[in-house]
Design a protein around this ligand. Sequence first.
Ligand code: SF4
Length: 316
Amino acid sequence: MTAILRSEPAPELPVEGSAAPDEARAPRRPSLSPSRAADFKTCPLLYRFRTIDRLPERKSLAAVRGTLVHAVLERLYDLPPAARTVEAAQELLAPAWADLREEQGVAELFETAQDDAAESDASAPESVEAWLSSAGKLVEKYFTLEDPTRIQPHGREELVEVTLPDGLLLRGYVDRLDVAPNGALRVVDYKTGGMPREAFEAKALFQMKFYALVLWRTRGVVAAQLKLLYLKDGDALTYAPDEAELVRFERTLQAIWAAIERAVATGDFRPNKTRLCDWCDHQALCPSFGGTPPPFPAAAAAAAGWQTSLPVVELD
Ligand code: SF4
């Protein structure tokens, strides 16, 4: 088993508050991340479009706000402990936004929203200032959940990855990793959306168990606490996994991966129509909405390291 733990910057259908997408940080070979595993569980065809075809998707102001808030909370811990105040965090918003708006599609996204606002779309923000102010409120809420002057993170936006004995590469980005003097691990994830209802807590914890499994496999320590901070509601969800649970979770991931490999080998990625389709960018190509997916990109899949025996289809 090989393992890497190093710093690097840090996705599902729209869940406000996830950090930047994985796509920009492609692994060396096919791997499983919490978001891609969730994609396949939600809809195999969505997984294909995102991971194999790598079709572009629109950014949303909610997702960009999530990225902005994550950036501020990451930078907050660059400051000396006593300087980590609400005011200091608010001052970090402008420079973080200045960096983010340089990213492809971000400034344009806001221009589109302004056009929508001009057409009286009630969901469009009134101005960049109003949008930034909403991000500032989320940052402020963070301080009701934790006291950053008393926390010294071990890692932020930390890439955690492990190759399991069967060859499955697991990788993901942890918002914050805390290590207590006695070696106890706490995994913290910031969510700018609302706290899930009880029935959806297991889904929320899927990502955290993924990180806990990787950390256990790399460090030999079961995380003492998995903590999800919901900044919109100012609430937290905490969970303490145990070793037997992580063993079962590992089998679950291996089963998901086996299903993905079968789908890649045959090119058979079925659509799974749910209410989440309302947010899917790929309805025009989806059979559930009368569309036709493009031919399976066997050449691209093989080049990316996937095992597929499908014929290569030349496109115009
Ligand atoms: S529209 Fe729905 S069923 Fe079709 S690919 Fe997207 S998520 Fe899957």
